[in-house]
Design a protein around this ligand. Structure first.
Ligand code: NOJ
Ligand code: MG
Length: 473
């Protein structure tokens, strides 16, 4: 599949972690109305789209990636009416909206787990040596049935079985539900976990280190059977069918060279080798070259799962890293707060996330005051250092990181052409250049017929309500 000439080809997408972006009602938890109230920051910054980490009802064992109802909004974040308003406000401002679609597992509190146990993977005894990504066995005894269920992540996240046609249909309905509400696309969670070995064979011990960081226990095995199964196309075809023309961007936690089969159905896939690359010229050039060769990778230097950019590289290198990120070819993602150089926070005790990721999820720092302009109440997770780092302090200061991001995004519109990633191996001896110059198409919201590409491919857009999302002109 190749869909060139799409709005996301060189888009800048801003990742919002909803609980930590902006609180509107003083309960200390970021919410949809809060996001809506800050859309003008994103317009000012110049991004094209926003991606919302999960907004669905959830018992929060994995902070929302354990979804209890795919077609609703968590009450502390808002409701469907507020969601529709947010999408409309974003579209009015020329911003696209991407949701997080979590297909590989549900919350154990999802009603399907009891009403449709056949949607999940069961065994009388643990049938193999698979381990969960966060550690511990991937099989847990369900006291109610006396049987074991499979979970690639926390035990509170039973894996769905995408070989079951009803699962594909039900999850397709989820995509259609949101696409029908005007969503422009989906970041698809943990795609490598969708299809496992049909015979549930043991994973062998790892003999070489995986190219991306893994948990200690998970990294001891070579995940040739517990993930990345050859029938992945069965799941992805169903997803594509439901998504129609909407953007599907895969979170596939595999080396860039393995992304080919996924890109046959998805539009984009994150290049995690860049996110984990050390700040060394040679390695950066390698990962950029490899990603550019795949043609449809999306770039990011941080997200809610890993240490923040300014912590990993050092605050002194945040500006250089921003320059790299904003001049790469193809779509690129900014994680909220990176544009002002936020660093990892202290987390919480006891932690919200058992895998230790609270430090990367502290609230956004808008104002130089103790609650950071994030809330008027008690923030669910403390603020890190709003007096030192905030949007208000940096806006208007030409020397600030925030203003640099803004200039880079504006200049990025003038860049196009092939990438020339060279490395001489010396410090600072690499450059990733984009050549040529062309005016870039801007997104103009309007009502209208399906996009040209959808008509060409014969695919009908997955819109189930008469409301039309904005279209390219
Ligand atoms: C990837 C998400 O980014 C992460 O936060 C989550 O824990 C796992 N997938 C499981 O859904
Ligand atoms: Mg709130």
């Amino acid at each position: 599949m190749n869909r060139n000439g799409q709005w996301w080809d060189d888009a800048v997408v801003y990742q919002i972690y909803p609980r930590s972006f902006q609180d509107s009602d003083g309960d200390g938890i970021g919410d949809l109305a809060g996001i809506e109230s800050r859309l003008d920051h994103l317009v000012w910054l110049g991004v094209d789209a926003l991606w919302l980490s999960p907004i669905y009802p959830s018992p929060l064992a994995d902070m929302g990636y354990d979804v209890a109802d795919h077609c609703a909004v968590a009450p502390e974040l808002g409701d469907l009416y507020g969601f529709d308003r947010l999408v409309a406000s974003a579209h009015e401002r020329g911003l696209r909206v991407l949701l997080d679609f979590v297909p590989s597992h549900t919350s154990i509190e999802h009603r399907w787990f009891r009403e449709h146990p056949e949607y999940y993977v069961w065994a009388d005894e643990p049938p193999n040596n698979w381990v969960a990504a966060f550690g511990g066995p991937a099989w847990t005894l369900d006291e109610a049935t006396g049987r074991y269920y499979l979970h690639s992540f926390y035990p509170e996240q039973p894996d769905l079985d995408w070989r079951v046609p009803e699962v594909r249909e039900a999850m397709g309905d989820v995509i259609r539900f949101w696409a029908g509400r005007g969503v422009d696309g989906f970041r698809v969670d943990a795609v490598q976990q969708l299809m496992k070995d049909a015979n549930l064979r043991d994973d062998p011990l790892a003999t070489t280190p995986f190219l991306l960081p893994l948990g200690d226990e998970y990294g001891r095995l070579d995940h040739v059977h517990s993930e990345a199964g050859p029938e992945i196309h069965v799941a992805l075809e169903a997803m594509r069918e439901a998504a129609g023309d909407a953007l599907l961007i895969g979170e596939i936690y595999r080396p860039t060279r393995d992304l080919g089969p996924y890109l046959e159905h998805l539009d984009l896939a994150f290049a995690f080798e860049l996110l984990h690359a050390p700040f060394e010229a040679k390695r950066l050039a390698e990962v950029v070259r490899e990603g550019a060769a795949q043609a449809r990778v999306a770039w990011a230097l941080s997200n809610h799962d890993f240490p923040r950019l300014a912590t990993r590289f050092g605050s002194g290198r945040a500006a250089l890293a921003a320059t790299l990120l904003m001049t790469l070819p193809g779509p690129t993602f900014i994680y909220q707060g990176d544009e002002i150089g936020m660093v990892d926070g202290p987390g919480a005790h006891p932690p919200f996330d058992r895998a230790g990721r609270d430090p990367y999820r502290h609230p956004m720092q808008w104002e130089p005051e103790p609650r950071g302009g994030f809330t008027t109440g008690d923030p669910w997770l403390s603020l890190t250092d709003p007096e030192r780092v905030s949007v208000a302090r940096q806006r208007g200061d030409r020397a600030s990181l925030l203003e640099l991001y803004r200039r880079l995004i504006a200049r990025r519109r003038e860049l196009s052409g092939p990438v020339d990633a060279q490395a001489d191996g010396g410090a600072g001896g690499s450059e990733g250049r984009r050549c040529g110059c062309r005016p870039r198409r801007r997104f103009v919201p309007q009502r209208g017929p399906p996009r040209e590409s959808a008509r060409r491919s014969g695919r009908t857009p997955a819109r189930t309500t008469p409301r039309q999302p904005p279209r390219d002109s």
